[in-house]
Design a protein around this ligand. Sequence first.
Ligand code: KG4
Ligand code: ZN
Length: 340
Amino acid sequence: MTTILGIETSCDETAAAVVDDGYSVRSNVIASQVDLHRKYGGVVPEIASRAHIERIDSVIREAMEIASATLDDIDAIAVTAEPGLVGSLLIGITAAKTLSLAWDKPLLAVDHVLAHALSPAIEVQPPPWPAVALIVSGGHTTLYHIHDFDRIDRLGGTTDDAAGEAFDKVATILDLPYPGGPEIDKLARTGDPKRFEFPRTMLGRDSLDFSFSGIKTAVLYHVHGQGKTSGGLNRWNAQDLSDIAASFQQAVVDVLVKKALRAVKKTKASAVVLGGGVAANQCLRKTLADACEQQGLTFHAAAMQFCMDNAAMIAAAGFHQFKRGDLATLELAATAGLQR
Ligand code: KG4
Ligand code: ZN
């Protein structure tokens, strides 16, 4: 058995996990900073870095304790190396390097978005490959073709905002609390998704890239109006706001589902997997599941605890790197990374 300690600090969750064979999760500790960032309406990098520093030791200790793991049980340490906020990444990387040196264990540098893509296989047997993976969160919107754990092709990603970022920004326009994705999801349940027509940016016939900044601006203009017609939020009643949320959500979901199916056509995959924080969205889950059923495709969404940022997925992805000898050195640096 191979046991990996995973560490994740790429954004605003301080997380550590102990995972056996890239599959069995013995512990999965997540210290969320959402309360610290709420009043600013988004993640403040400097506050995130400081909170990681305060929490990283106890989070790692707790993950080891819950797993009843000792130093001897750990075969390697996997850490998120990219992409993310550099100040946040550095805290996890420094902790991982320190443990690697002090415990004399190999170090594994994990790509956070790839780890999201592999997360639908955690505690799932047999793994859902080959598949198209749609990874949607506050920081990323990416399509992958996963042949198996060791062969993964990136098919496309967002050229501007991530899908979750669009949800959060539209929630701010609608004066909803942060993080806005779950709030829009809730509000949309009582809304009419056909009442307003928001743009579905497809970026050309064959493109597997995404763009969500246009829809955010369209909602902003729609809600507040332009120039003299500006009436702000006050001109809308509660039902109007639900209809705006539902119409916005439907437009984003339509694009995500269409592009996932486009990727299936291109790769001839027979399965679609879904991961990342926005995978919690009821409309997305249902629409994608229905579309897959209609096309005779297998559909599988990652378990919720592995959708949000977590270290179990880092340990699981690290396991496959360890098996193929893909080790990092103590020279490992944090990379913000532009591909999302
Ligand atoms: O994966 P995650 O926890 O962190 C990032 O890597 O970003 O994803 C957080 C994102 C936020 O943008 C949040 O608003 C969005 O996922 N989100 C949702 C829902 N739950 C979380 N978006 C839409 N509907 C939801 N139910
Ligand atoms: Zn993430």
